[in-house]
Design a protein around this ligand. Sequence first.
Ligand SMILES: Cc1cc2nc3c(=O)[nH]c(=O)nc-3n(C[C@H](O)[C@H](O)[C@H](O)COP(=O)(O)O)c2cc1C
Length: 220
Amino acid sequence: MKRFMLQLFRLAMTMTIMITMAVMIFSLRDRVTSLKRQLAEAQAGEDPGVFATIASRTSIRKFDPSKAVSDEAIGKILKAGMCAPSAMNKQPWEFVVVRDAAQLKALGEALPYSRVGNGAQAAIVVCGNLDNGLPGRGKEYWIHDCSAASMNILLAAKGLGLGAVWTGVYPGEDRIAAVRKILAIPEGFMPLNIIPIGHPAENPPPKDKWNPAKVHKNRW
Ligand SMILES: Cc1cc2nc3c(=O)[nH]c(=O)nc-3n(C[C@H](O)[C@H](O)[C@H](O)COP(=O)(O)O)c2cc1C
């Protein structure tokens, strides 16, 4: 009887080990298949990380004031901003990085819609050089160029796990005057927006904006 029990125990142990190994082999096989697919997509030129960052970005308007944003993070965000395309590569942007608590407070109080007062650890004010060197209507390209830089800034913040929101300054005359005064922005340069940055203190779901009706094929 004792021997039978021992054999039964051995059988049970062998089966447990075999089942565990089978599960491990199957999950390993799934992982290899998924890595192969990711590699194939990467080789085909697709970077799934880019799409995930774009799709999951959403405006963050409340920040955790107790969590610091490092200078390194701000540096990376600024580098991303300056990677943007610009008309004839004129790069007509300037960035005012606001880290000083008194300056942040002044911005937040003068411009409640900037959300800087909601615990932001930093704010980047994207400004355009109005003399971007382009003639005639081309002068207006500073808006496009600085907007492209702003979008890169929002995505870079998201990529670093930080929250941010584009808050409009230009063309609101009152907003422009307030920002110009607080940050001593000289004539010839125009603040386009204020982007408060901090660790998110809210977690709104990204909005699903996909609307195929907005896509016109070959002609309107
Ligand atoms: C030109 C522009 C101006 C904006 N101004 C403000 C603003 O003053 N305050 C604010 O809280 N959000 C502002 N936003 C953010 C928009 O409200 C937000 O992008 C929009 O509701 C879509 O939401 P999502 O960014 O989460 O996708 C602005 C966005 C843009 C592009």
